[in-house]
Design a protein around this ligand. Structure first.
Ligand code: CMP
Length: 149
């Protein structure tokens, strides 16, 4: 097992439903620590930049339109196998195919309004984290007494 960081975005549908706290509890119950967080209402240009990898996909325009439809909650999660753990909590991209008990199965309306985004690999996690958070705004938490994570 490896200590990792991943970028997690709670999308406009879930922010509107007021379920940020319920989703955060799932992260914490799975042993993931929130080490940075901010709420952002993305501009069209920033949403396009963040999702540039999907630029040629048929769903790109809808994706951008949805992602700028309201504020999103962005966090960096840290823990053992954080990328895989977070993706397991999220469930399949299409909520109809997501396992019961996953975030998308429980909260999502459609493949567009699918509640949550998570990095898919260490390299993309590093790029996505740097897109939203300078290193100085990330707080890996250490025990005050022992000085160890
Ligand atoms: P996300 O993990 O944020 O990454 C890209 C997003 O595009 C994805 O979640 C979906 O919300 C959205 N999307 C819409 N249609 C599709 C599709 N057919 N395949 C994959 N992603 C899609």
């Amino acid at each position: 097992m490896m200590k990792e960081r991943t970028l997690s975005i709670i999308k406009p549908d879930a922010v509107t439903k007021n379920v940020i706290g319920q989703i955060y509890s799932r992260f914490e119950n799975a042993g993931l620590k929130i080490i940075a967080a901010r709420m952002v209402h993305l501009s069209y240009a920033d949403a396009e930049k963040f999702y540039a990898v999907h630029k040629n996909q048929f769903f790109f325009k809808n994706l951008i339109k949805f992602m700028i439809s309201g504020p999103i909650m962005i966090q960096v999660l840290e823990g053992e196998d954080a990328i895989a753990k977070h993706r397991k909590l999220m469930g399949e991209t299409d909520p109809k195919k997501a396992d019961k008990g996953t975030i998308r199965s429980d909260f999502s309306e459609s493949i567009d309004a699918n509640t949550i985004h998570g990095s898919d690999a260490p390299k993309t996690a590093a790029i996505e984290i740097a897109f939203f958070f300078p290193e100085m705004n990330i707080y890996s938490r250490y025990s005050i007494t022992s000085g160890t994570p």
